[in-house]
Write a protein that binds this ligand. Structure first.
Ligand code: ARG
Ligand code: ZN
Length: 887
């Protein structure tokens, strides 16, 4: 066991490596407990480093078996070795070869970093620092090497052997029952992009020809028997390859591109050069087991990893502080891909919902950090919504500021200037500055400032002159006062439609707010307008503007920007929920039964009437969009909007009351809508966006039926559950039933659990659904499900489904006033920390908003966290999150 005092690593301390490793020759003999790794490293002094410096190689839980320099065994006093590192005190000051033999136990590796076994398949995960768990190395992203890997294994146990790059020699090892395969990757890469796979796997494949005429074989490898479930992922790879050529001019650069799905995986997937390794959740899909959301996620994650081939692999990061350089950019690229494959407006709303649900709370709590952090104790704790999602918003703002042509030129320049290099955020920005002639130094503050900026807006109309004046003011609590550069996409809307007003400071519909405050004036405005600000969510800020409900509902009806139409309905609903939740909290309980429509005031009635009119006019024209407009802000969104003294029960009751009111008001429309959206009998299932949109709206209607009229809702849901031909409709029906206590729910849950007893990815949905039931009995339900034969602490997907969903998606029970929900989470984190610290630390981040809670709840959370902090033997991962959460 290692005990570590977390050491802080700082960006300002960066200096180049004293040595470089040009070539790595690996010979890896796989065996379940005794895997041998022989590494031959071509080392040379780095001209940019300190001459004569010792060679300090990273290691983690390694056993050293042999060491030679230029083929000669080293005397014992020439080096120091431990499981955590290998140092050559005085290496030659010229190029030399170091041969290192290590022993590792992939079966015992439950951390799922380095080389491990998942369901009998050998696989690797090396980002951020897993390669040092395979062999001693300069495990830092600015050391790039050309790898040749020979993999050897038992022929029965691992008939498939895959590595990075292109395949070379392969064959039997005579007289041993073993075989080998050699892989060579000509592209220099950092160690975090190394990968290998060995196991019994099925394969689906397709040919692809790049824009340069290079023939590529694309293959997806999955668990035996699951081949048909890989077809959608394979198709998504081909579409991603074509799209990156068309949208960014980026062709693929090897003869093979392999994707492998494994069932135990810490993250979503990994972009290893030529050999992407995936959590099988983001590969496997068929109508029986995958929802429309699963299909969309698979498409997005496949694209994301593929796009890393350029944004991440060909151009990598100099150090881990630059993580957003590859992750933010690649999220932006996958979002653009999905928008082109689907409905751009609908996709944009989804992106913003995720950002607000995950990144905004992070940015508002104790784990807030800049998109480019300046310090870390454990880098694996910085694969966050801020680095990924806010990082993507920064790239999107660059495009908005520069326009599509200069943006594309800047991207081309970035790729060509940095190809084969380990780059920085400065390199990225300088490519855009060079192409656009703009100074981006003030814009660069977006990378440095944590927190979500607020922009407050106020307008006034002068009927006499036909002028409309808009004042904008930005603020960032805790900032140093220097303003951010904020692109504000905007327009004016009148009572009967968009207004043609002019303002010379608005270009292509965008005003750039560069000062702390500014005022702009529109001319030719005959009537009092409603401003539509931050169209398409043009910047990741919170907008504060005193608009009345009537004005917001005008935007819902008449704005040309679909995002702001959706936002208008959300804002009205948010205010209604907030008003009610805060009134309720002050009332101090005792109002249980009084939540009927009769209690909803005229404002709620006007909201429901506007949604009714909207549905009548547009539901069938764009069902996916309509489904989003019908959805209320989540309980977490409401909590985040309150910011302090949060009582999750009050929020839950207030939101339920509005849902019930909406359902009852729209009651007469729900059945006809569901009927109109039902597919023709016998129509084949298609996962395309249009079909998914129809299912989404029909299921939103079913959901409202369930709350407006539980009896009719139960009947309709049971009927849908029985008749459904796909997982989307089945799970939607089950979710409706899950919200209605009673025997019908228990029957349905049990039957579903039995039906999918052998489908772990489907059981994950079932675990998550039950973990998020907002009732006191849920804790007991979770205790029972933890003993379910399919549940395992060693599998990250299972833990995330049952415990992670509870922490993230069940605010009333997680933050129970008696502290039992916090205790459940804390116990799981402590137990998991001994198995898989990375996942334990991630789970612990569900406490991130604890200070926002009302005093009784937050002191419970604080006590539990402090008690955990006092326990000895916690991992560095958990220690780091605890320290920051309690700071
Ligand atoms: N680079 C991967 C991605 O595509 C994430 C890998 C993160 N791994 C980790 N251990 N933190 O986003
Ligand atoms: Zn990524």
């Amino acid at each position: 066991m290692r005990t570590e005092t977390p050491q802080t690593i700082r960006l300002e301390d960066y200096r180049p490596s004293d040595h470089l490793i040009d070539r790595v020759d690996l010979d890896i003999r796989l065996a379940p407990h005794d895997t041998r790794v022989s590494a031959t490293l071509a080392v040379r002094p780095n001209p940019a480093g300190v001459p004569g410096a010792p060679l300090v190689l990273d290691g983690d839980e390694l056993t050293l078996l042999g060491l030679a320099l230029d083929g000669q065994a080293l005397p014992a006093d020439a080096f120091a070795a431990s499981p955590g590192g290998l140092t050559l005190h005085a290496p030659p000051q010229r190029p030399f070869t170091l041969t290192v033999e290590t022993q590792i136990d992939p079966t015992a590796n439950t951390k799922l970093m380095g080389l491990y076994r998942s369901g009998g398949v050998y696989c690797t995960q090396c980002e951020a620092d897993g390669f040092r768990r395979i062999t001693y190395f300069l495990d830092r992203p600015d050391v790039l090497s050309v790898y040749t890997t020979r993999i050897e294994a038992d022929r029965e146990e691992a008939p498939v052997l895959l590595g990075n790059g292109d395949p070379g020699e392969a064959g039997a090892v005579p007289g041993t029952g073993r075989h080998f395969a050699v892989w060579h990757d000509p592209h220099p890469k950092p160690a975090y992009l190394f990968a290998l796979v060995g196991g019994r796997l099925d394969r689906v494949s397709a040919p692809f020809t790049t824009m340069e005429g290079r023939a590529v074989t694309v293959a997806v490898y999955v668990e035996p028997g699951k081949g048909p479930r890989a077809d959608y992922a394979l198709d998504a790879v081909l579409r991603s390859m074509r799209w990156d050529e068309a949208a960014f001019g980026r062709p693929y650069d090897l003869a093979v591109f392999n994707v492998v799905a494994v069932s135990d995986f810490n993250m979503g997937a990994m972009e290893n050069k030529g050999l992407n390794i995936f959590n099988d959740k983001y590969v496997l899909a068929d109508p029986e087991t995958a929802t429309d959301t699963d299909y969309a996620n698979i498409e997005a994650v496949i694209a994301h990893e593929y796009f890393h081939n350029w944004s991440g692999n060909r151009v990598t990061c100099r150090d881990w502080f630059q993580l957003c350089l590859k992750e933010g950019l690649t999220v932006f690229r996958d979002q653009e891909f999905s928008s082109d494959m689907r409905s751009r407006a609908v996709h944009r709303i989804g992106e913003v919902r995720t950002l607000r649900a995950r990144q905004f709370p992070e940015d508002a709590g104790p784990l807030a950090h800049p998109v480019r952090p300046r310090a870390y104790a454990e880098i694996n704790n910085f694969y966050t919504a801020t680095v990924y999602e806010k990082g993507a918003e920064i790239v999107r703002m660059i495009r908005t500021l520069l326009g599509p042509a200069a943006f594309r030129a800047g991207m081309d320049r970035y790729f060509s200037e940095n190809d084969g290099r380990a780059a920085t955020v400065e390199d990225f920005l300088s490519a855009f500055a060079a192409e656009s002639g703009r100074d981006l130094s003030a814009f660069a503050r977006w990378y440095e400032r944590p927190g979500t900026p607020r922009v407050s807006a106020a307008g006034s109309h002068d009927a006499q002159t036909g002028r409309y004046t808009l004042s904008l003011r930005q603020s960032l609590p805790g900032g140093d006062g220097a303003p951010l550069v904020i692109p504000v996409a905007l327009g004016l809307v009148g009572a009967a439609g968009p207004l043609e007003a002019t303002c010379e400071r608005v270009r292509d519909g965008v005003f750039v707010l560069e000062a702390a405050s500014d005022t702009i004036t529109f001319a030719g405005v005959a009537e009092p307008p409603v401003p539509s600000l931050f169209r398409g969510f043009s910047a990741p800020v919170r907008l504060e503007m005193d608009l009345g409900d009537a004005e917001r509902l005008t935007l819902l009806r008449h704005d040309t920007d679909p995002f702001n139409r959706w936002q208008a309905a959300q804002s009205v609903a948010m205010r209604l929920i907030l008003d009610r939740a805060t009134a309720r909290a002050q009332e101090a309980e005792g109002a249980e039964g009084a939540e009927g429509a009769e209690e909803a005031g005229p404002a709620a009635a006007a909201y429901a009437a506007a949604l009714g009119a909207f549905l009548d006019a547009e539901a069938l024209a764009d069902p996916a969009f309509a489904a989003l407009v019908l959805g209320l802000p989540g309980e977490g969104d409401v909590a985040n909007e309150m910011g302090r003294d949060v009582d999750p029960d009050a929020i839950h009751r207030a939101r339920q009351a509005l849902r019930r009111h909406l359902g009852r008001s729209l009651r007469g429309r729900l059945d006809p809508l569901r009927a109109a959206l039902a597919p023709a009998a016998g129509a084949p299932f298609s996962p395309d966006a249009a079909s998914a949109g129809r299912r989404a709206l029909a299921n939103a209607a079913l959901d409202l039926l369930g709350i407006a009229d539980p009896e009719a809702g139960t009947q309709a849901a049971e009927a849908q559950l029985a008749a459904a031909t796909n997982m989307t409709d089945r799970l939607a029906a089950l979710s409706v039933l899950a919200q209605i206590p009673g025997p019908a729910r228990e029957r349905a849950l049990e039957a579903f659990g039995e039906r999918y007893a052998d489908e772990p990815l489907v059981l994950d949905k079932w675990f998550a659904l039950q973990a998020t039931i907002p009732e006191a009995g849920t804790l007991e339900r979770i205790a029972r499900l933890r003993r379910h034969p399919a549940f395992a602490m060693t599998n990250p997907n299972r833990v995330r489904a049952l415990i992670g969903s509870f922490g993230l998606g069940n605010p009333t029970q997680f933050a129970r006033a008696d502290g039992a929900g916090f205790a459940l989470l804390a116990e799981t984190v402590e137990a998991l920390d001994r198995v898989n610290p990375q996942i334990a630390a991630k789970l612990l981040t569900t406490f991130g908003s604890w200070r926002m809670l009302e005093p009784a709840r937050s002191s419970r959370a604080g006590e539990i966290l402090s008690r955990m902090q006092a326990r000895p033997g916690l991992s560095r991962d958990v220690t780091d999150i605890l320290a920051r959460t309690l700071a």
